[in-house]
Design a protein around this ligand. Structure first.
Ligand SMILES: Cc1cc2nc3c(=O)[nH]c(=O)nc-3n(C[C@H](O)[C@H](O)[C@H](O)COP(=O)(O)OP(=O)(O)OC[C@H]3O[C@@H](n4cnc5c(N)ncnc54)[C@H](O)[C@@H]3O)c2cc1C
Length: 261
């Protein structure tokens, strides 16, 4: 079990950042994942009082503070309707409602867990990640960037666009992690993300380029699904082999593309 000597609830993100960078400290979001580790840290910085629990609809965007819990994607009137309930549906696949009431947006995105369902979904939406010190990134760039220093995820901003979306996953049981997950969005362009590879989700750039300017039909979808399974790198882990993931990927991408067609 995790052990810490001091527990602090800063009132601002600035105070939290100063603590984080001057001590052997760690940010606590919901604490759901962190509590499973047996690390020893000097200072636990709980962001609960740092005014990061906000959901604001501003023109064509929604900004979501890092301390907003995943259950808000089901409960909040704005978030639950965003992209016709796409993120609501994705969130509902994560554990139980009690756990989703604890798990935060910051704790989900910042650590870039490979099994994350929400990261895969956000990769196909126009989403920006705001870090307190390092500034603004697209989710795509944030996932690729290795930060040189500790930072704090302040908020994400999701732009509203006219996109059709689909999320597909496979897992051994309802409360287990995804063995593989796939998200697709279709507006003028098609975006395809694959996560649980088991590494963190990534976009299928070659296949997205192949689909550029094409109308989707069953033949093209079949070809594209195969391309994704060949383009994305998979690996073995305790849950599945890389060959299994490759096969499942083709089937899930096909299903997702048919859904947005
Ligand atoms: C048993 C279990 C099963 C799970 N199953 C799934 C699943 O099926 N699908 C899925 O998508 N996810 C799953 N998750 C992961 C979950 O969605 C969250 O990613 C995870 O719990 C972390 O969220 P948290 O708010 O509890 O963060 P914490 O546990 O508090 O923190 C996790 C890490 O993020 C850092 N952190 C937290 N907030 C910030 C911030 N604002 N800025 C910078 N760093 C920050 C912490 O320092 C820590 O290193 C599961 C988690 C658990 C515990």
């Amino acid at each position: 079990m995790i052990k810490f000597k001091e527990y602090i609830k800063p009132k601002t993100i600035e105070d939290a950042y100063n603590l984080l960078t001057t001590k052997n400290a760690e940010i606590i979001g919901g604490g759901a994942f962190l509590r499973l580790s047996n690390r020893k840290i000097d200072v636990a910085i709980d962001l609960i009082d740092a005014n990061l629990n906000f959901i604001n609809e501003i023109n064509d965007s929604v900004e979501i503070g890092s301390m907003v819990t995943i259950s808000e994607f089901e409960e909040n009137p704005v978030l639950s309707k965003l992209y016709n309930g796409f993120l609501k549906n994705v969130s509902e696949t994560v554990l139980s409602f009690q756990m989703r009431n604890i798990i935060t947006v910051g704790g989900t995105l910042y650590p870039k867990y490979g099994f994350s369902d929400l990261i895969t979904a956000l990769l196909v939406l126009p989403t920006e990640v705001y870090l307190y010190k390092s500034g603004k990134f697209s989710v795509e760039d944030f996932l690729k960037t290795r930060l040189e220093h500790k930072d704090i995820l302040a908020k994400i901003v999701i732009k509203k666009e006219n996109l059709k979306t689909s999320f597909q996953y496979i897992r051994n049981s309802e409360y287990d992690f995804s063995i593989l997950n796939v998200a697709v969005s279709k507006g003028n362009e098609v975006k395809i993300a694959v996560g649980g590879r088991p590494a963190v989700a990534q976009l299928a750039y070659k296949t997205m380029q192949f689909l550029h300017g094409k109308d989707l039909n069953e033949e093209i979808i079949k070809e594209a699904a195969k391309m994704v399974s060949e383009e994305i790198p998979f690996a073995d882990d305790i849950k599945a082999s890389k060959e299994y993931r490759k096969k499942v990927c083709e089937a899930l991408v096909k299903r997702a593309l048919l859904e947005v067609m």
